[in-house]
Design a protein around this ligand. Structure first.
Ligand code: NOJ
Length: 492
């Protein structure tokens, strides 16, 4: 936009929109993840190279954004965004090339240490995810998340990382989005790309949760007394609405499957699986001739280990889906795992919810408030840390006003959840700092506040309009800060 336009808009905006500010201590940040961005030897390397047709543009994350080399530049972008924190993930195979702790990569350890120091030097807090889907391939060869020993292997890895960076990192995210790791990873669409007819995903769910709990307890007993940090996991939680009132009860079961399966064992007072889900899967398994429920039970000791293994509730949210009963024999659609078949549901969306570049993602801001209120009703006053939220588009336009609108409208719902529903939301993370390798969508679907030119060896980063809006938001905590300005500028 040229100067003249800016002057005209400035003059027209003499009546600014009323402020809508987040509370003083509320923190804003942005996020990335290692494979989408940086790289190690992992199940994703194996998957994209052995099954190139699984990625829509047949691309890989071999170089991705090349933040392994360009991290200093990225810290500058973060500083320009005025963010309080930066969420990134550590690639397990970059630190432990075999997956096991007998060999620690000096280079990997130095890389993350430099990044953490670089952030702290600019006053940006590192929020570190231990696992964002890039399992060392040697562990997958031993069964991956279906092998019960993996919770020990994960705790061993966590110990190495806590030892390396625990003095400087105060917020840890053990595992990112178990639903994708287990439900999609064990149903063919993402790495490791297994097909297990509902068995692998539930086994994986149990072992991922236990891995989280062991890493949590390890920190609690051996590191927290010295470093006073906080640990949790983050779940991708969609919101669900019944398509018609007749499907209200069924929708509750979908919530038990999709939201509470990952939350109830950790955040509820009673612990264990959500009872309605446990009953349902046991009945279904028996009816289908299984000798035992596909959803493996917890022992008393496991239940105890999991219950209360959190310092905050991490949540990634993007979209809402409608729920209806599937017709007999109906294919229930993509991005679904066997659990939805088991429940006999089909997910949809209302026609008025705008589509995005991701086939699973429709825009419905009000669903965010409904989800946050549900979390409070289910799990009480736990501090909720929003660790991802953002919009995908084709990425061609630097003038991404729809993304600015998305942030403003979703954040308005977060404010309403705080003010009207008393939800204790403590921070918000925009996904993502940069365009990156969007898993099955390759580089065709973009979430970045910054555009990345993947055709250039320099991987040039350019701020979009949304980056300028987010910088004003993070500085003022006011969702209306510069919003009208950008809206008018986009219309000119
Ligand atoms: C969740 C994942 O954690 C992240 O890796 C992904 O890019 C976004 N959702 C968008 O799909």
């Amino acid at each position: 936009m040229d100067c003249m336009k800016a002057v005209i808009i400035g003059a027209v905006l003499s009546v600014a929109a009323a402020e809508r500010r987040f509370p003083a201590g509320f923190k804003f940040g942005t996020a990335t993840a290692s494979y989408q961005y940086d790289k190690g030897e992992s199940i994703w390397d194996r998957f994209v190279h052995s099954r190139p047709e699984a990625i829509s543009d047949r691309s890989t994350g071999d170089v991705a954004c090349d933040s392994y080399n360009l991290w200093r530049e990225d810290i500058q972008l973060l500083e320009d965004l005025n963010v309080d924190f930066y969420r990134f993930s550590i690639a397990w195979p970059r630190v432990l090339p075999t997956g096991f702790p007998n060999r620690v990569s000096e280079d990997g350890a130095r890389y993350y240490g430099d990044l953490i120091d670089g952030l702290l030097a600019r006053g940006i807090e590192p929020v570190v995810t231990l696992y964002h889907w890039d399992l060392p391939q040697p562990l997958q060869d031993l069964g991956g998340w279906a092998n019960p020993l993996i919770s020990e292997w994960f705790a061993d890895y966590a110990r190495v990382v806590y030892d390396l960076y625990g003095d400087r990192v105060k917020t840890w995210v053990t595992i990112n989005e178990p639903t994708v790791i287990c439900d999609i990873g064990y149903d063919g669409l993402v790495a490791p790309g297994l097909e297990s007819e509902g068995r692998g995903s539930y086994l994986c769910t149990k072992h991922v949760l236990l891995a989280h709990a062991k890493a949590y307890r390890l920190y609690e007993t051996e590191f927290k007394p010295k470093h006073q940090g906080q640990v949790s996991l983050t779940n991708q939680l969609m919101w669900f609405e019944p398509e018609t009132e007749a499907e209200a009860e069924l929708t509750e079961l979908v919530k038990a499957l999709s939201i509470d399966r990952y939350c109830h064992p950790i955040f509820s007072g009673a612990g264990g699986w959500p009872p309605a889900l446990e009953r349902h899967v046991a009945e279904k398994s028996a009816a289908e001739g299984e000798p035992r429920s596909r959803l493996p039970p917890f022992t008393g000791e496991e239940l105890h280990l999991l219950r209360g293994s959190y310092d905050y509730l991490g949540l990634n949210h993007y979209t809402t889906r409608t729920v209806r009963r599937a017709a007999a024999g109906e294919a229930v659609g993509t991005y679904l795992f066997d659990g939805f078949r088991e429940l006999g549901v089909a997910l949809g969306a209302r026609p008025e919810w705008p589509a995005t570049m991701s086939h699973w993602f429709m825009v419905h801001p009000e669903g965010f408030r409904a989800l946050l209120s549900y979390v409070k009703r289910q799990y009480g006053d736990v501090p909720v840390f929003i660790l991802e939220n953002g919009l995908s588009d084709a990425g061609t336009d630097l003038d991404d006003q729809p993304r600015v609108d998305y942030y403003r409208n979703y954040l308005e719902q977060v404010l309403l959840a705080i003010e009207q529903d008393g939800v204790n939301v403590v921070g918000y993370t925009a996904w993502s700092l940069l365009d990156n390798f969007e898993w099955m969508d390759g580089y065709q679907s973009r979430f970045g506040l910054h555009h990345v030119d993947f055709s250039s060896p320099l991987r040039t980063r350019t701020a979009r309009r949304s980056a300028r809006y987010y910088a004003a938001l993070a500085r003022t905590k006011d969702i209306h800060a510069e919003y009208e300005f950008h809206k008018m500028a986009a219309e000119l």
